[in-house]
Design a protein around this ligand. Structure first.
Ligand SMILES: [Zn+2]
Length: 451
């Protein structure tokens, strides 16, 4: 495909630039004696180029492996449950919707299993090869492995311990939430399906990866009938379009005294799914690094989740705009977690009942304990549940990068961590033929999750 070649060429061009810079800085004597701390830090950052430090043939192989894995992931489709001739169902929006809405145990199990068969299972070998090269690259950057390289921009020597401590603090709340959800699901699906003691089956939690359980809010909510949380029907009723959603989000930032978005943003962004080609629908915000071109790519749909995501993505754009005059290497979050933290903070304040009421998306008054508890419960299903998931994504990979664990333990280790931290188990028997972590985008993309 022409676009793949173009992409590879661009990647190669940038890598050559980085490699040239890396070479130059590595020939400087006494980098440590540079008196200006800002200049020293810039040089230090420029001296770490990641995979670009690889010799050209190895770099090419590294990029190809990732592109191959992503093309498996992005083009994967499955057939419908009990309808073997209705095929071509894609993750977005088909499977995501089924996982969110279906309450049919067998259908969910089918979709869960098929998605993994057509993604993770297909990329296991490429992943193993990629790990090797990724570690080679880390070594060329003076780290002992990729995990150490990924930790570098946090500029903390106690990062891993801090993460474990933070998790220990949250764990009691998570355990209560988990026990409550298990009880409610046991009522819903029956004691033969959900055991009083065992981990929760991963396929009935409303999400392909069980990383958020907010989609099973309706069958587990503490106060049924008090649910006002979803403003989707009201948005549809008022005829919100993707553009309206982004205009509304822009108003929110302007109300915080930030500038309106540059005109180029509106002409360059892709705010709804194009009808003439297949695109990767994962929402993303882009800084073209020329101080004027900033764009968002998102297949926006008229619902509450996308309303909040639109604000989240715009928070990235505003962060880009705020640091646009810094030296290039500093035009990034203060650490890799900071960009997402800002987006999440904005998202949390947009989703509050009071704000939604101000927007005219919630009609009735919301001063009520039952309503509050329902709201907080829904938040916990999304935010608290996500924490152990996010944590084990990189914990699992760090272990592989550090010890280059053999591929005969990949899947087993994934489920060991999932059970230990998330309290979930696979719905069907798994083996090392499967590669379940590979069915989540960031694994084939080799993008760190700790952010
Ligand atoms: Zn984000």
């Amino acid at each position: 495909m022409i676009s793949t070649r173009k992409k590879l060429n661009a990647q190669q061009y940038y890598s050559e630039f980085q490699r040239g810079l890396w070479d130059l800085i590595n020939h400087l004597d006494n980098l440590e004696t540079v008196p200006d701390p800002s200049i020293y830090r810039q040089l230090r950052y420029y001296s770490i180029v990641g995979p670009a430090a690889l010799p050209p043939d190895q770099l090419d192989r590294y990029n190809r492996l990732i592109n191959d894995m992503l093309s498996v992931y992005n083009s994967a489709t499955i057939c419908a449950y009990n309808e073997p001739f209705r095929c071509g169902l894609r993750l977005q929006p088909d499977l995501v919707t089924t996982m969110a809405r279906s309450r049919n145990w067998d259908e969910l199990q089918f979709v869960w299993t098929e998605w993994r068969r057509n993604t993770g299972q297909q990329i296991k070998d490429s992943f193993e090869q990629m790990v090797q090269i990724s570690n080679e690259a880390a070594k060329l950057n003076n780290f002992s492995n990729t995990a150490e390289y990924w930790n570098f921009p946090f500029e903390s020597s106690t990062l891993n311990e801090d993460l474990e401590d933070a998790w220990e603090e949250i764990k009691p709340l998570y355990e209560l939430l988990h026990a409550y959800v298990r009880r409610r699901l046991r009522d819903y699906y029956g004691p033969d399906k959900i055991s009083r003691q065992a981990p929760l089956p991963a396929h009935i939690l409303g999400n392909m990866w069980a990383q958020s359980w907010v989609n099973i809010f309706d069958i587990t909510q503490p106060y049924p009938g008090q649910n006002f949380l979803d403003v989707t029907p009201e948005m549809k009723k008022q005829g919100y379009t993707p553009l309206d959603i982004f205009r509304l989000a822009e108003d929110f930032f302007v109300s915080l005294n930030m500038t309106a978005l540059p005109l180029d943003f509106w002409s360059g962004s892709v705010l709804q799914e194009p009808i003439d080609r297949v695109v990767l629908c994962q929402p993303s915000a882009w800084d073209f690094c020329n101080r004027r071109d900033y764009r968002i790519k998102m297949c926006t749909q008229t619902n509450m989740k996308d309303l909040i995501t639109a604000h989240h993505e715009l928070a990235h754009i505003h962060y880009f705009l705020h640091y646009k005059n810094l030296p290039k290497v500093f035009r990034d979050g203060a650490n890799p977690a900071f960009h997402e933290a800002i987006g999440e903070a904005i998202g949390l304040s947009v989703g509050t009942p009071r704000h939604l009421q101000q927007l005219g998306l919630v009609q009735n008054s919301v001063e009520d304990t039952a309503v509050d508890i329902n709201y907080l419960y829904a938040m916990a299903l999304d935010k608290v549940v996500f924490l152990p998931f996010a944590y084990i994504m990189d914990k699992w990979r760090y272990d592989i990068f550090k010890r280059e664990r053999l591929k005969d333990q990949y899947n087993c280790n994934w489920w060991r961590l999932s059970e230990e931290y998330m309290g979930i188990k696979p719905p069907v028997l798994r083996s090392e033929m499967d590669f379940d972590p590979g069915s989540k985008y960031h694994i084939p993309a080799n993008i760190p999750y700790l952010r």
